[in-house]
Design a protein. Structure first.
Length: 127
């Protein structure tokens, strides 16, 4: 595994730490660890920048899907400052995964996320 691949996997791990953080303080710390200060997050439902905006999107997802967590699907695939990975949102109660997608991230020189472009592959009806 190259240093570049490690960099992508570390960034993805921090990303999942942020999405699975509980509580405002833990979430704020996790977002700051994962994203650059001017980092962005864009998916079909949101377009935000900065740590506060990103934390708000994550908190809203937890409100909409209480008792769920995000887990990676497969490996992180990356080159240069860009990586992609698939994920799903899983119920802690029954293991169902009503939401799944994949994200493309770009990293800054420090390995923190500059931008996320998210795509939703599976969403529940009416969501």
């Amino acid at each position: 595994m190259s240093a570049n691949t490690d960099r992508h996997e570390i960034a993805a791990a921090r990303y999942f730490d942020a999405w699975n953080a509980s509580g405002a303080e833990e979430l704020a710390k996790a977002v700051a660890a994962a994203w650059s200060e001017d980092g962005t997050y864009t998916d079909p439902l949101a377009e935000v920048s900065g740590h506060d905006g990103i934390a708000a999107v994550i908190a809203a997802a937890h409100e909409q899907f209480p008792g769920f967590f995000f887990r990676p699907l497969g490996c992180v695939d990356g080159h240069h400052d860009t990586a992609r990975f698939a994920w799903e949102l899983v119920s802690e109660a029954d293991g169902s995964a009503p939401v799944a997608g994949f994200d493309v991230i770009t990293l800054d020189a420090d390995g923190r996320i500059r931008s996320v472009l998210g795509f939703l592959d599976r969403v529940p009806a009416g969501a």
